[in-house]
Design a protein around this ligand. Sequence first.
Ligand SMILES: [Zn+2]
Length: 98
Amino acid sequence: MIGSQDLVVGLVIVLVLFGAKRLPELAASLGKSMKEFKKGVSEVGAEEPARPPGPSPIAATAPRNCPGCMTPLDPAWSHCPRCGAAAPGEAPKDQESR
Ligand SMILES: [Zn+2]
């Protein structure tokens, strides 16, 4: 039968084990350790620097659009396959016309 009597017995056992005088100390040390734990956690969080927004890899391969028909051009293409217009930006020189 679990009743209030068992609770009292358990409490008495705890008091006997730790001592009535040490109980507040136990609670105090527990609270102190918890406080220090939280402090350490916050310090760790503060030490960790926020990730700087580095250069996005997408910028390196920025999609180009054909100035004529706005067709998305592949970086390797020098001319638009649809209308034949020269691709904007750094287009490789066409040496076939030589
Ligand atoms: Zn085009």
